[in-house]
Write a protein that binds this ligand. Structure first.
Ligand SMILES: C[S@@+](CC[C@H](N)C(=O)[O-])C[C@H]1O[C@@H](n2cnc3c(N)ncnc32)[C@H](O)[C@@H]1O
Length: 424
């Protein structure tokens, strides 16, 4: 064994995996995987993304998710994932702006990037995430130059997605236009007076509302500080840290990331995709002006049924923003009903969501759905099997499933599945 590992040319023990990844690709470029690739699903995704882009190595270098080098040059993901964020693990998650707001149900951006690549989505194409959450798929889409539409029923998710996406276009100078102290005091005191609904926040451009230090400042800056305030509020709620100190700390870290990204944009050639965000219901996608057969690919992660209570998790923010969580609850997939009824309603809602996704997707296009194991009342729900059935009933062809183990941490879920469908 030792001899085998020590063999010349076999630089890494992972060499046979690379052989497997390259197998079947007519003239593969010279590639190097990231050192921390250790799971089978990662090798699978690496093979998939390469299989769609092997004949365009320079473009592949700009968008590859699991490769550190293509033809001897570092990939863009190498540099992007070097702009580190809170809680980052290797090259998988939390880099760049992904970490900015503690949202628990995020998917791994690296994995999503590989799926977008495998689907072959390119400039001018549109990706849809109808359960956009914190905007992970939209950020990755933008970075690889693909347009995207994100839908989420939760206005807080729309706010966090928008801020994290806008930060990619802003500079450190932009973010320093308002003093931290003024911004903090503005949000802190306004809360004491009354809780204003988010819609009011979003209409801040209207004259009737006192914008304090944000008067005449780009609305993106206002939203950035608002989200930063909510971030500090969440930190206070969960880890009881001083809000002002935390507000400072978080902002300083993200400004550093924004500045590093500005440097990177000078050195690399990015062509960003366009992003649209819609606060709406994934069960009725065409209600928002998205036409039938207009979407080139879907990557999404619906609520994990009963496992994550998004409302309770963000109650502090809803209270602050004056959002009535009960109204939201009626539309949130997975939180309605009790006992067995709850499971039934959940799958019924997902039936509508699959029908709706099928309708807007172009024929011959792919839909990847990421979903975790769910245990309810001590029983494991047949979630992936039911999803496959619902998708087939909606008209999709089932292509395959990739299983990803989730180890340790807070995760109650043991496996996550990427289920891939195609519209015939
Ligand atoms: C698992 S999370 C998505 C997380 C996302 N992939 C990310 O990386 O942040 C599921 C999302 O579905 C949203 N949601 C629940 N019911 C919905 C509905 N009827 N229409 C649209 N979004 C909904 C929730 O607000 C939540 O943000």
């Amino acid at each position: 064994m030792r001899e085998m590992i020590g063999q010349k040319d076999k630089e890494y023990m992972a060499e046979p995996i690379v052989d497997w990844i390259l197998d079947g690709i007519p003239t593969p470029p010279k590639v190097k995987l990231f050192d921390d690739i250790g799971f089978i699903y990662e090798a699978q995704l690496a093979k998939m993304e390469l299989s769609s882009w092997w004949d365009k190595p320079e473009q592949f270098r700009r968008r590859a998710a699991y490769f550190e080098e293509v033809n001897g040059e570092k990939t863009y993901h190498f540099y992007i994932s070097d702009i580190k964020g809170k809680g980052q693990i290797g090259r998988t998650n939390q880099y760049l702006t992904h970490w900015y707001y503690p949202y628990k149900a995020k998917f791994h951006p690296q994995m999503i990037k590989a799926l977008i690549n495998w689907m072959g989505l390119k400039k001018g194409d549109w990706l849809l995430d109808p359960f956009a959450g914190s905007g992970t798929a939209l950020i990755e889409s933008k970075l690889v130059g693909v347009n995207s539409i994100g839908i989420d029923i939760d206005p807080l998710c729309i706010l966090m997605s928008r801020v994290k996406i806008d930060l990619l276009d802003l500079t450190g100078e932009d973010l320093r236009k308002v003093s931290l102290r003024d911004a903090f005091d503005f949000f802190h005191h306004r809360k004491a007076k009354s809780s204003v609904g988010l819609n009011k926040f979003l209409q801040t451009k209207s004259e009737s509302y006192d914008l304090g230090p944000f008067k005449g400042v780009d609305g993106r800056i206002y939203d950035f500080f608002l989200l930063s305030y909510l971030y500090a509020l969440s930190d206070w709620r969960y880890i009881k840290v001083d809000m002002w100190k935390q507000f400072n700390k978080n902002i300083k870290s993200i400004v550093k990331n924004v500045e590093k990204f500005c440097e990177l944009k000078k050195n690399l050639e990015f062509e960003f995709g366009e992003t649209k965000l819609i606060q709406g219901d994934a069960r009725f996608i065409t209600d928002y002006g998205i036409e039938a057969n207009s979407i080139d690919g879907i990557v999404t992660s619906p609520p994990y049924s009963i496992a994550v209570d998004y409302i309770a998790q963000d109650m502090h923010a809803f209270q602050y923003l004056g959002i009535d969580p009960r109204k939201l609850q009626d539309k949130l997939v997975g939180l309605k009903g009790k006992g067995e009824e709850k499971v039934k309603i959940y799958f019924e809602d997902m039936r509508f969501a699959f029908k709706s996704m099928f309708e807007v997707l172009k024929p011959n296009s792919y839909c990847a759905v990421v979903i975790g194991d769910v245990t309810y009342n001590g029983r494991k729900l047949p979630i992936s099997e039911t999803y496959v059935e619902l998708a087939k009933n909606a008209g999709f062809d089932y292509i395959g499933i990739i299983r990803r183990p989730i180890l340790g941490g807070f995760a109650r879920l043991r496996y996550e599945y990427i289920i891939i469908f195609k519209k015939p």
